[in-house]
Design a protein around this ligand. Sequence first.
Ligand SMILES: Cc1cc2nc3c(=O)[nH]c(=O)nc-3n(C[C@H](O)[C@H](O)[C@H](O)COP(=O)(O)OP(=O)(O)OC[C@H]3O[C@@H](n4cnc5c(N)ncnc54)[C@H](O)[C@@H]3O)c2cc1C
Ligand code: FES
Length: 505
Amino acid sequence: MGQKAELSGPDLERGIPAADLREGVPLLGHAGGEAIVLVRADGAVHALGATCTHYGGPLAEGRVFGGALHCPWHHACFDLTSGRARGPALAPVACWDVALEGGTIRVGARRETSTPDMPGPGSVVIIGGGAAGVACAEALRAEGYRGPVTIVNGEGSDPVDRPNLSKDYLAGTAPEEWVFLRTGEALRALEVELVDEAATSIDPQQRSVRLASGRELSWDALLLATGAAPVRLPIDGADQPHVFTLRTLAESRAIAAAASDRTQVAVIGASFIGLEVAASMRARGAAVTVIGPEPVPLARVLGDEVGAFVRRVHEGQGVTFRLGRKPRTIGLDNVVLDDGSWLPAHVVVMGVGVQPRTELAAAAGLRIDRGVVVDRELRAAPGIWAAGDLARFPYDEELVRIEHWQVAVRQGQAVAASMLGRGPRRDVPFFWSQHHDVTLGYVGHAERFDAAEVKGSLDARDAHVVYRDRGVVRAVMTVGRDQLALDVEAAMERRDVAALDRLVR
Ligand SMILES: Cc1cc2nc3c(=O)[nH]c(=O)nc-3n(C[C@H](O)[C@H](O)[C@H](O)COP(=O)(O)OP(=O)(O)OC[C@H]3O[C@@H](n4cnc5c(N)ncnc54)[C@H](O)[C@@H]3O)c2cc1C
Ligand code: FES
């Protein structure tokens, strides 16, 4: 996260032969002490900063398509002419002037970023300062909207980079300052007001929001980005202080504080979050058991072979599994399972799914169907948009709700564009998940699949898995094949079925 690209490759101020830069193939060099990627696309040459503004990924190892340079790590992308970001990145990369003289390409001055004012709604209120909410506010400013923007966030902390809460931060390998998506101060610098309290109701007719303090905010455009709340199983003992769910910084801090190398941790739920917590607890030296009713972890989303592989990865790091079992009760220092057996547990973490936080939207009369139903522009009603974990949106001819960070950021950015009168664009969903030394990347969205074909070797960390529904490729998961994942995204973005089939064959 935040690392700078090493200076390598040619000095681009001195220039390179134009013939050395191939169409669509990023070339790493440097100018004025900064790492720069040169890209030739559709007859023009562009120079952009080489380091992804998300977690510092190497953009020179990315792909060029759709007028943008795409990061190989978590699929953020940057517009070739403006450097503007799309999720999971929020901030743009810098751009430089480029000259082509006498067969030589030279990089000139770093461009000043100035965006012309963009007219828009009289004021914007965003409820929820998570991925979607913060991304919307930043994108409004990046697009040149100068009207008032307020984020109402009832989390009790500055906005957080939620994926970090189960990974490096929880494992103790990332400092707390990494965990903040944006501080209140950074938002103030963008002239975005962050109000640290909960919204209690919205009035679509009066176009107002009431807050817990009684304060009322009026809006011309409203984004609902309240995310989702973790489920707590209704079993005996689930309300004890050593039983945690994980969504907020406060919860991640509390789990970290409770765990040491002498702690026995029981993770209830062999889900992505449960398994990531297991890995982080092992990194802290705790003994960890994962309990889940399914015979194979993650099989419903990733298939049996991948699930079995993920299990092997965790077992290789000392995690124990009690699968095919549900917890019956939680004691002071144990968990009793539904077969009467028990295991010691000083700390219990529940990763058993989330519920979209639809209460405000439902009370305001918006359409709810296991989420807030929105159209292609993520609009739920006139003047009201919904995005992120909360929203059920049209994708590939059906309504889906997707709980991924990249999707939430892109939807926040798309809402900003829609508020400013731009039409919809189709983003291909992506998520990543980390299991000890293995990172899974998943492109596309398979609401269901009837075949999961593994190509390559998962155990050698060099494979991809193709998820098909009635023969159609819906999603592809990769381990150690980042470039393939980007090529798949490019084909899916173009809806190029033939190219997609060739790639994954
Ligand atoms: C521990 C963890 C790890 C994850 N790891 C990954 C990962 O590796 N990859 C991935 O793709 N996804 C991951 N996810 C999922 C990802 O974080 C979510 O999809 C994403 O955060 C959704 O963004 P959002 O903006 O919809 O909601 P959130 O980020 O949850 O933000 C919603 C915000 O709204 C606030 N809020 C709710 N109600 C109100 C109210 N009434 N008034 C004011 N504020 C309110 C909440 O306090 C919260 O701050 C992870 C999630 C968790 C919890
Ligand atoms: S580091 Fe580039 S997308 Fe995450």
